[in-house]
Design a protein around this ligand. Structure first.
Ligand code: ARG
Length: 460
């Protein structure tokens, strides 16, 4: 009979029971469920609601169950619906009377709320530490390529010179925001729902501060109806993970482009490439493509959960059981993608000559040429027009700006002097972009040092 079978005279239809049971996915909350139950039992005894003997039997029983689950000795069953009732049923079978007192002053809604929150809190830690590993690799690679000139793009058209370090550090800035977004989410979620009861608290003299502290929360949630039915933390997590996957997907897209023969800016290590079953020459960036592809699953999870929660009346509704699978899947996906991606970036060969060659075509020093004239006194708009004319005549002749003779340049403006050729060198164009946040070595060094300090602050 069901734990809740008292008012029923009939068994649940077996298909309906399979339909509503969640044990096949929520069993991964077993540790949190046991921790939550131990904290609850300790508190009940402390408050004089159960005896010390019952508390001892419950705590010991739960610890044994945890060991048995870990040893693979426990078979969960759909008849007991979810992880909460499976563990309670096991405990009762093992301890009898004591086990039956555990559910005093508590509801399954309490359990699922506290278990899921603790699970999310812990997984956030895993994602953050993987992101910090990524940051460390990006810093290392950026240090190697502070003077590697590459074309920076807008509209995927060559635009202005940057360094490969600057390009990598742009991603480092994104991942750093991802870390702080997840840290914010973890701070906000750290209120304990246990003790909310089914929705309306309880008549027993429980101590919610005790259970909150025991489970590592800052305080109990302040409203029992909200405590039992809030899933904002899961939504914040999913939003954070979606944004993180968007960053990974943009980065993947660039790695895929860079690996193509059209770019050939990098070559992936063989450990992170795959071959083709028919084309013997192929070396494919499958890891990057998969990361890009898996982004869709994570976005999908966010939309699923937002949709589950919209229009739900207070407080708990069974719809909310649908909160877990998308979150588990998103976490599994992100925690698989991150270390693979980090390994791929850490090991790829960078090809500076190819980047430099690409930077040489496409007039990416045209802005610098206009800036040269402006610094000699010409208003920027006039300089812009003059250089536009130079670019158009160079393009017609298949030349670069630096291929022009001083006479040809002076035909457009007498302000051009011998020093223009230095000003047009891409290495100099990049080195002079030393404005705060720019690609000059002084600025990439500052960025790297800031990230290193960010990592250092989190290494304890
Ligand atoms: N398995 C349920 C869930 O994941 C636990 C809470 C069930 N509560 C209830 N009143 N049916 O949401």
């Amino acid at each position: 009979m069901k734990l809740w079978g008292g008012r029923f005279s009939k068994e649940t239809d077996s298909l309906a029971n399979d339909f509503q049971s969640s044990i096949h996915f929520d069993q991964r909350l077993y540790q949190q469920d046991i921790q939550g139950s131990i904290a609850h039992a300790e508190m009940l005894a402390q408050c004089g609601i159960i005896s010390q003997e019952d508390r001892a039997a419950i705590v010991q029983g739960l610890k044994n169950i945890e060991k048995d689950i870990e040893a693979g000795k426990v078979a969960f069953c759909a008849e007991n619906e979810d992880i909460h009732m499976n563990i309670e049923a096991l405990l009762t079978a093992r301890t009898g009377g004591a086990g039956k007192r555990l559910h005093t002053a508590r509801s399954r809604n309490d359990q699922v709320a506290v278990d899921f929150r603790m699970y999310v809190r812990e997984e956030i830690g895993t994602v953050i530490s993987q992101l910090l590993d990524m940051e460390a690799v990006l810093c290392r690679r950026a240090r190697e390529h502070q003077e590697t000139v590459m074309p920076g793009y807008t509209h995927l058209q060559r635009a202005q010179p940057v360094s490969f370090a600057q390009h990598l550090l742009a991603y480092a800035a994104m991942f750093r925001r991802d870390v702080t977004r997840l840290e914010d989410c973890r701070k906000r979620l750290n209120e304990c729902p246990l003790g909310s009861g089914a929705l309306a608290g309880t008549t027993y003299p429980i101590d919610r501060w005790q259970t909150a502290k025991a489970l590592g929360f800052n305080r109990p949630c302040g409203n029992s109806m909200d405590g039992a039915s809030d899933r904002d933390y899961a939504l914040e997590l999913m939003s954070g993970l979606s944004i993180l996957m968007m960053h990974l997907s943009r980065f993947s897209e660039e790695v895929i482009l860079w690996c193509s023969w059209e770019f050939k800016f990098v070559e992936l290590d063989e450990a992170y490439s795959t071959g083709s079953s028919i084309m013997p020459q192929k070396k494919n960036p499958d890891m990057a493509e998969l990361v890009r592809g898996k982004t869709g699953r994570v976005y999908g999870g966010l939309i699923s959960l937002l949709t589950v929660m919209k229009s739900l009346p207070l407080a708990y509704n069974k719809d909310m059981q649908e909160d877990k699978e998308p979150v588990f899947d998103a976490l599994d996906t992100v925690t698989m993608c991150l270390p693979v991606f980090t390994g791929m970036i850490g090991t790829m060969a960078v090809l500076p000559e190819n980047m430099r060659r690409a930077a040489g075509r496409g007039f990416i020093n045209a802005t610098d040429c206009a800036d040269y004239l402006t610094k000699k006194g010409m208003p920027f708009r006039d300089a812009y027009m003059a250089v536009g004319r130079l670019v158009s005549s160079c393009a017609a002749q298949g030349k670069t700006l630096e291929d022009l003779t001083l006479e040809e340049l002076r035909a457009v403006s007498p302000l051009f002097e011998e020093d223009v050729f230095e000003a047009l060198k891409l290495e100099n164009c990049m080195a002079l972009r030393a404005s705060y946040g720019g690609p000059a070595v002084s600025e990439t060094t500052r960025q790297i040092e800031e990230i290193e300090a960010f990592l250092e602050a989190r290494s304890k």
